[in-house]
Design a protein around this ligand. Structure first.
Ligand SMILES: *[C@@H]1O[C@H](CO)[C@@H](O)[C@H](O)[C@H]1NC(C)=O
Ligand SMILES: *[C@@H]1O[C@H](CO)[C@@H](O)[C@H](O)[C@H]1NC(C)=O
Ligand SMILES: *[C@@H]1O[C@H](CO)[C@@H](O)[C@H](O)[C@H]1NC(C)=O
Ligand SMILES: *[C@@H]1O[C@H](CO)[C@@H](O)[C@H](O)[C@H]1NC(C)=O
Ligand SMILES: *[C@@H]1O[C@H](CO)[C@@H](O)[C@H](O)[C@H]1NC(C)=O
Length: 285
């Protein structure tokens, strides 16, 4: 009942002040990128004219999808009784800028609930105009943590990083050979809305020194993280066959030495035996 009366007086006061077609509301940007937990300004401007005295101005920011109230201003002050709790204590206008036709909204502590389409309505109680702007949420990815797992005949490379939204991942091995199709990337959303990305690639039969490179790209904020590193490896086959080769050489050399030694011993034995006989024979005679 009380609300009906106040709505009625609202119309009595301003109902006569119909705005002409010249009155326009503009949202200069189609979308704005908001960084998680930071503040963002949703720009909106309106035609300044005597048709709309600032004392009569109605500014209403709503979500376009469901008409949730984000921030309202009329009767010369903020009216937040119908504000959606997701926006409680986080929104403000720039009243000192109204005279310049500025109805922009500042939103603080941006979280995933805040991404979507916003409607900026400016007018009087009877007539007005509106524009829309889309809030795109983003968070820069942090420095990736790299894990290299060495297996008997292969290597598993993995990194982990958190940000928003999902990023594109590429892997390159050796001469910039794209091996992304071999990788396995999983995404997990944390309580604060961030995505934690884990990307794994298995590489086998690495030749000596191999340069590996991964690229993480968050297109929304134009962020690119590219990290490369070199795996220094002796190679599976070489390290396995080398001891064999050494053993075989040792065996052959050892055998030859043994045969030579035996031959020399045999010769010496025969020589001494022959000498002895020659010596012995005359002496026995
Ligand atoms: C309105 O004013 C605020 C604060 O000075 C500014 O950040 C914003 O860009 C202005 N918006 C327009 C549409 O001029
Ligand atoms: C927004 O303005 C358009 C015309 O510019 C109008 O058709 C539409 O009904 C308005 N929407 C709201 C919610 O005021
Ligand atoms: C990727 O990882 C998941 C979970 O670890 C596993 O179930 C899946 O088979 C893997 N896919 C490939 C192509 O390796
Ligand atoms: C591999 O890298 C190491 C250290 O940089 C270097 O000493 C070695 O010569 C390299 N081996 C090859 C086959 O390039
Ligand atoms: C994104 O970054 C690249 C290189 O850092 C730059 O050339 C390009 O202009 C940037 N694009 C945008 C939309 O900021």
């Amino acid at each position: 009942m009380l609300r009906k009366i106040s709505q009625f007086s609202f119309f009595v006061l301003w109902g006569r002040l119909a705005l002409s077609e010249r009155f326009k509301v503009l949202t200069p940007k189609e979308h704005v990128v908001a960084i998680l937990n930071q503040a963002v300004v949703l720009e909106c401007s309106f035609t300044v004219s005597e048709e709309l005295p600032l004392g009569n101005v109605v500014i209403n920011w709503q979500r376009d999808e469901n008409r949730e109230v984000v921030h309202s201003y009329y009767y010369g002050k903020d009216q937040l009784s119908k504000q959606n709790p997701h926006y409680s204590g986080k929104t403000s206008l720039f009243p000192e800028e109204f005279k310049n036709g500025n109805a922009s909204l500042r939103l603080e502590g941006v979280n995933p609930e805040h991404s979507g389409v916003y409607l900026c309505y400016v007018g009087n109680a009877r007539k007005g105009d509106n524009g829309t702007i889309t809030v795109v949420l983003a968070a820069f990815y942090n420095e990736p943590r790299l894990i290299i797992k060495q297996e008997p005949c292969g290597t598993s490379l993995m990194f982990e990083s958190s940000g928003y939204p999902n990023a594109d991942i590429s892997w390159y091995i050796g001469d910039n050979k794209d091996v992304s199709f071999l990788s396995n990337t999983s995404y997990q959303q944390d309580a604060d809305g961030l995505y934690t990305i884990q990307s794994v690639v298995e590489v086998n039969n690495l030749k000596y020194n191999t340069t590996c490179n991964f690229v993480l790209r968050n297109a929304v904020v134009n962020q690119t993280i590219s990290r490369s590193f070199t795996l220094i490896t002796e190679g599976c086959e070489t390290s396995m066959s080398k001891p064999h080769y050494i053993n075989l050489t040792n065996y052959i050399v050892g055998s030859i030495l043994m045969i030579i030694s035996l031959a020399v011993l045999l010769c010496l034995y025969k020589y001494f035996k022959a000498n002895n006989r020659e010596v012995i024979v005359p002496s026995s005679l």
